[in-house]
Ligand binder design. Structure first.
Ligand code: FCB
Length: 442
């Protein structure tokens, strides 16, 4: 395999922005600094949920090493740093008392970004729900939008003046479906009614947070959804129908709610009876106008008919080369979602790729060819999408450094920077240097 030369800043339109992403629980070290317990701590402490039952107690110790980490982002030549705020670090019980040390930490972190010329792109929720709220049903509880709105208001009173952009919730599909229907993420439920309610409450919480921030006069507010190219495993009508249902749940439900103010029929078939009464009334908040949409994209999925019960699909292994996650590498999917989303949902609203990258079983000094090749193929898919008219304004790689990869613990390495989880030493990989070469120029 020869190493490709990655597209450089000068290959993109002049105002195009480049960046890297992380999230709070995956890097900070949640046991430190007075943060409250979250549903990820207890999910991880329950056998067989997470590889080796690992958790984010120390993670990358970013809480203490953030200055060096911000230096790495600056030296990469990034414009944007997409990071998240931990609700439980700021409000350990999710409501009421504030952990001053938590808010102070984010205050310093944001100032640190600005001092290095980085645009702070904040996410308010990247998956670590305070346990006290989980005890009350978490996303299944119809009060979540109120709790989330209060949290948003508190955070923005202190930090809102310095954020370049804000997205309330990272990946609604993961927060609701993956966590309440498939049971793979906290709180680990497998319950169709809980899933339906969580899906809706995630969107109404998003909408309420947007309204709170608008009322404060904030700008550049968006949403970040994840997408997976849905491909039929074979040519049979049953596989095509299974693929359509998968696509509707994963790729269309949330966009349809946010931009069309309704849910797709293919999803309502299975979920409508489980949605909260008068759920349609909440579309007034859910469709609150946005300034941009972020797309997280990694892979595709092959589908055939499943167990016979709605949604009646199952994943089938595909033929393409795979990453350490076992995810097929399919850059065409990114081009598809960028062009299709603009055509079907968002028109000329600015789009950003807010996550893209791959896990690899890295050692610190290897040539990192697989990751460079992956990034190259996906950045070129972005360039093609721009040529084809998609209003794509930026590309953000996942992730700055190796970190806590949720149910996979520390085993799956997504970083541009290698982290030794014993010494916590950071060492930029070849992909970091390859990106820096093109990002720092011009
Ligand atoms: C996304 C998550 C992110 C990370 C990557 C690999 O779904 O937003 O935290 O786990 O996948």
């Amino acid at each position: 395999m020869t190493t490709p030369t990655l597209p450089a800043r000068s290959d993109f339109p002049q105002d195009f922005l480049l960046g890297v992403a992380t999230s709070a629980y995956q890097i900070e070290g949640h046991a430190q600094g007075g943060a409250g317990q979250t549903h990820w701590d207890t999910f991880a402490a329950t056998g067989n949920n997470v590889t080796r039952a690992e958790n984010g107690a120390l993670a990358c110790d970013h809480l203490n090493r953030w200055e060096d980490d911000l230096d790495l982002i600056r030296d990469l030549g990034a414009d944007i740093y997409r990071f998240s705020l931990s609700w439980a670090r700021i409000m350990p019980e999710g409501r009421g008392a504030v952990n001053k040390a938590g808010l102070d930490f984010y205050d310093r972190l944001i100032d640190g970004m600005l001092a290095r010329g980085l645009r702070p792109a904040a996410t308010l929720y990247h998956w670590e729900l305070p346990s006290a709220l989980a005890d009350q049903g978490g996303w299944v509880n119809g009060d979540m939008p109120n709790w989330f709105a209060d949290y948003t208001d508190l955070v923005m009173a202190r930090l809102g003046d310095r954020l370049w952009s804000v997205a309330p919730i990272n990946e609604p599909w993961c927060v609701s479906w993956l966590s309440h229907f498939e049971g793979h993420h906290a709180p680990g439920l497998r319950d169709i009614r809980a899933a339906a309610r969580a899906m809706h409450h995630v969107l109404s919480s998003h909408g309420r947070a947007i309204e709170v921030m608008r009322a404060r006069g904030m700008r550049n507010l968006g949403a970040v959804c994840n997408f997976e190219a849905a491909l039929p495993a074979d040519g049979s009508p049953a596989s095509k129908a299974a693929t359509a249902r998968y696509d509707a749940i994963y790729n269309q439900f949330f966009l349809s709610g946010l931009f069309h103010g309704r849910y797709p029929d293919l999803v309502l078939e299975g979920l409508e009876q489980h949605l909260p009464q008068n759920y349609q009334d909440d579309f007034a908040h859910i469709t609150a106008p946005l300034d941009w949409l972020g797309l997280n994209y990694y892979t595709c999925k092959r589908l055939s008919a499943g167990c016979g019960i709605w949604p009646n699909y199952q994943g089938v292994e595909g033929p393409l080369p795979k990453t350490q996650m076992g995810w097929e590498i399919y850059p065409e999917g990114l081009h598809h979602f960028l062009t299709h989303t603009a055509k079907t949902y968002t028109g000329d609203l600015p789009l950003y790729v807010t996550e893209n990258g791959m896990a690899n079983d890295d050692t610190p000094d290897q040539p990192d060819v697989a990751r460079i090749t992956y990034l190259d193929a996906h950045m070129r898919a972005c360039l093609r999408a721009i040529e084809d008219g998609a209003p794509l304004k930026g590309y953000i790689a996942w992730s700055l450094m190796d970190n806590y990869e949720w149910a996979f613990g520390y085993e799956k390495r997504f970083g541009l920077v290698h982290v030794d989880f014993d010494s916590l030493q950071r060492q930029p990989k070849a992909s970091y240097h390859a990106l820096a070469q093109g990002w720092r120029a011009g």
